[in-house]
Design a protein around this ligand. Structure first.
Ligand code: B12
Length: 323
């Protein structure tokens, strides 16, 4: 994927009119005006007469978005990556691409609208809100403070009988599709190390493991995502084949936490040098359960997990597993 040119070196002086930008970038004016309306990027200034004027930096950004969409990425993902690149480049003193003409919407209002859109089976609206949020807030915050919060809210309403299973399934599938496509995007073979991620044998709650997978993949770890309901013999087989540097296990209920203790113990028996970590909602709500678990508790959420994994594995890139 092409890197963004160093934007800080490019002029922000508004000099090019719409026609010149279309000619320079070979992107139709309607297209980049639609990007501006929907994602607040690029950010042309206006002349006294109301005409748009673009800078060199705007042109570089339009070209970069053009190339990503030509590679098959959808525009909302491309804008999200643009924001992410700006976020990661600490030498880049640029604001995120939020319209300077109005305050960004508060996250809680976006979470509320996102949840409502899902509950009303309105995937297009949910998609739009998600893109808007990715364009305005740091990637990690969107996952933990928006997606996770919305899924807990929707799931709890299902648990209380306030919404039916069709609504819960629709919302879960929507989020699963989004998170999976992001995970594919961050997949890399030049990784810092390989992490295998799986749920306990009877565990269906897997959105948390998808989120932790994304956090790790985005930080350069090769994630092998095995998802919900992972039977122990197959997990052992997978470890033997894949030789990961770390296995991360997840449970959300006391029964599945008990299973996880057996899984972790069996893994440690078969692969004494393989680090095994665990986490999940039940270990946050009943912390005493951590005392029953072999392996390392890696944190209460995806953010804590990424720090713990870096601490545990450092920058090691070769597999150390022995069987
Ligand atoms: C949505 C939901 C469901 C959905 C799950 C959809 C899916 N595919 O994931 C469905 C409808 C399938 C479901 C089913 C059930 N559920 Co439910 N569910 C929830 C709910 C409301 C939210 C879960 C969720 O998606 N959270 C969002 C994710 C992103 O957050 P997360 O899982 O916590 O993950 C974060 C952290 O925990 C951590 N993390 C997660 N894994 C790992 C791993 C590692 C290594 C680390 C470090 C960190 C980590 O990082 C994640 C990201 O930040 C929770 C309540 C809650 N507050 O969590 C109940 C809850 C977990 N469910 C519960 C129950 C009882 C059930 C059912 C038994 C209900 C039933 N009668 O059938 C079934 C069980 C199914 C099964 N066998 O697993 C109970 C469990 C309580 C208990 N003591 O057992 C809860 C707590 C609801 C409640 N208040 O009672 N559920």
């Amino acid at each position: 994927m092409g890197n963004l040119p160093s934007l800080s070196k490019l002029s922000t002086t508004p000099v090019f009119n719409t026609k010149a930008v279309a000619r320079e970038t070979e992107v139709p004016a309607d297209t980049f005006r639609a990007w501006e309306r929907r994602y607040k990027v690029p950010q042309p200034q206006r002349t006294a007469g109301g005409h748009r004027l673009y800078s060199e930096r705007d042109i570089a950004i339009i070209r970069w978005l053009r190339d990503r969409t030509a590679e098959g990425m959808n525009i909302s993902q491309a804008v999200m990556l643009l924001n992410q690149s700006l976020e990661e480049d600490i030498s880049e003193p640029l604001p995120k691409y939020v319209s300077s003409s109005r305050e960004p919407r508060g996250l809680s209002s976006l979470v509320h609208d996102f949840t409502n859109a899902l509950i009303n089976f309105d995937g297009a609206r949910a998609d739009q809100i998600l893109s808007e949020t990715f364009a305005m807030y740091p990637f990690d915050d969107v996952l933990i403070q928006m997606v996770q919060v919305a899924m807990v809210d929707i799931g709890e309403r299902w648990h209380h009988g306030e919404i039916n299973v069709a609504v819960e399934h629709y919302s879960t599938q929507f989020v699963r599709r989004k998170l999976s496509s992001l995970l594919n995007m961050f997949d890399t073979d030049e990784a810092r190390g390989k992490v295998l991620i799986a749920c306990a044998p009877d565990e269906l709650h897997d959105l948390g493991t998808l989120i932790i997978s994304l956090f790790l993949a985005r930080r350069g770890w090769k994630v092998v995502y095995l998802g919900p309901q992972m039977p122990l013999p197959d997990l052992i087989e997978a470890v033997r084949t894949l030789r990961p540097d770390l296995v991360c296990l997840s449970a959300s209920m006391p029964e599945t936490a008990a299973q996880l203790a057996e899984v972790a113990q069996a893994l440690q028996g078969s692969f004494p040098y393989l680090p095994v970590g665990y986490g999940g909602w039940v270990f946050n709500s009943i912390p005493e359960l951590r005392e029953t678990m072999p392996g390392t508790f890696l944190g209460q959420n995806a953010r804590e997990l990424s720090d713990a994994v870096t601490e545990l594995l450092g920058r090691k890139s070769t597999s150390t597993i022995e069987s």
